[in-house]
Design a protein around this ligand. Structure first.
Ligand code: NAP
Length: 293
């Protein structure tokens, strides 16, 4: 059985490939990438590397030849993703792929989360495709907060507009293990999984974890969204659109949109998810920054 992964040179895609290679021969795995040079290590290891940009449907059809199961890792170009994902799904139909697994967002069908609409639209495309599918509604990556840790290391503060909202984050490695379990397992057709960490933390707890990781006292300073936007544009150099987007994500957290703990990820991977402080410690280095997209 050939399994393909889009976004295979991305953070999540690489981790999924690592998981699959524990039990599957490299030659049975297809890495769909847009830049072959960045996948040279995968090709050297025997993974089939096929080049396809999401805008190029004929290339996607060629890339999915002989593929039985596809993991469509949601794209990172916010605003363009519905058309891109439509191309991948249409190509999967044309290439006679049997089953598509898609990485979505928490409660994407009903959530007011600013990122939900593109995921909701993609889920609808999948349901209408005639393919069998599984939807993995991934909560936040713990690694989204590496930039926050960097800031905390420099200032001793985490400044956010998340109020007392909670986030049921898990590490990318946890989500990758969940995706691999679905890709390799059976009985997942037509299932929607709400995946996230076993514990939902608030920003005081994030500050506590940051303190342990960066090695200095860190406190959470809760601000309103307008203050956060001003800080991000005037002090952090973000453009107004990006600052507004970041502030909206915080408001979504404050509204509880990422707080749900379901236990479905730990059930899929057969172990507890990685605790916040451990996930941050494993990923943090003083030079690293990351942010949600
Ligand atoms: N749950 C969360 O907290 C969270 C946070 C961030 C993102 N996400 C979502 O989860 C996805 C995976 O996360 P990640 O950390 O692995 O993100 P990532 O490292 O940015 O990976 C995104 C992948 O998508 C590929 N891609 C983007 N645009 C493409 C295009 N036009 N054509 C072909 N490939 C394209 C990228 O290719 P290149 O390798 O060539 O760049 C990359 O491999 C993201 O794309 C985003 O949808 C979720």
């Amino acid at each position: 059985m050939t399994i393909a992964i889009t976004g295979a040179t991305g953070h999540l895609g690489r981790l999924v490939l690592d998981e699959l290679r524990r039990s599957r021969p490299a030659g049975s795995l297809v890495a769909v990438v847009r830049d072959a040079a960045r996948a040279q290590d995968l090709a050297d290891d025997g993974v089939q590397v096929r080049v396809a940009e999401y805008a190029d449907r004929p290339a996607l059809v060629r890339a999915l030849a002989e593929v039985r199961v596809l993991l469509l890792v949601s794209g990172s170009e916010v605003g363009q993703r519905v058309d891109q994902h439509r191309n991948v799904i249409d190509a999967a139909v044309e290439a006679s792929v049997q089953h598509v697994v898609y990485t979505s967002a928490p409660r994407a069908d009903t959530s007011a989360l600013v990122l939900a609409p593109e995921h909701r639209a993609t889920e609808e495309l999948l349901r209408a495709s005639g393919l069998t599918w599984t939807i993995l509604r991934n909560n936040w990556y713990t690694e989204n907060y590496l930039g926050t840790l960097q800031q905390a290391a420099e200032t001793g503060e985490i400044v956010a507009a998340a109020g007392s909202g909670r986030v049921a984050s898990a590490t990318r490695a946890d989500f990758a293990a969940g995706a691999a379990a679905v890709l390799l397992g059976s009985g997942h057709e037509g299932r929607v999984y709400e995946l996230g960490g076993d514990t939902a933390w608030d920003f005081d707890e994030l500050a506590e974890a940051a303190s342990a990781v960066v090695g200095r006292p860190v406190t959470y300073r809760a601000v309103d969204a307008s203050t956060l936007r001003t800080i991000l544009t005037e002090h952090a150099g973000l453009d107004a659109g990006t600052a507004g987007f970041v502030a909206q994500l915080d408001l979504d957290i404050a509204a509880g949109l990422l707080a749900e703990v379901t236990g479905e990820l730990s059930a899929l991977i057969g172990r507890p998810t990685t605790p916040l402080v451990d996930g941050l410690r494993a990923a943090y280095s003083p030079a690293v920054e990351d942010s949600p997209a």
